[in-house]
Write a protein of this length. Structure first.
Length: 99
């Protein structure tokens, strides 16, 4: 039984899961090397890719209404569109936008 009083409450219900591969020796060595390299890399030469998107099919699936009343909403009738945007982020600018 979980106690909801005192400071043990947050510890009792939080479950942090990590990949079991992190316990392997070869993976641990590779992670240490990667972390050491990160401290010396030149961020001005790095490019981070980001992807985001939106769809007109994204509608609310749940709602609230007064007791006995039906919750209604409107959505496009099958004319759904999807837009994806990919961009490259550098330390000093945004580059390579593509839709």
């Amino acid at each position: 039984m979980i106690s909801l009083s005192g400071t043990n409450w947050a510890i009792a219900i939080k479950n942090t899961v990590v990949a079991s591969e992190q316990q392997r020796e070869d993976v641990a060595i590779a992670r240490e090397q990667w972390q050491a390299w990160q401290k010396t890399c030149d961020l001005s030469k790095r490019l981070f890719l980001d992807e985001t998107g939106v769809s007109t099919a994204m509608i609310r699936r749940y709602g609230r209404a007064l007791g006995g009343a039906r919750c209604q909403d409107a959505a496009p009738a099958g004319h759904w569109q999807t837009m994806t945007f990919i961009a490259g982020l550098r330390a000093d600018r945004l580059t390579a936008p593509s839709a």
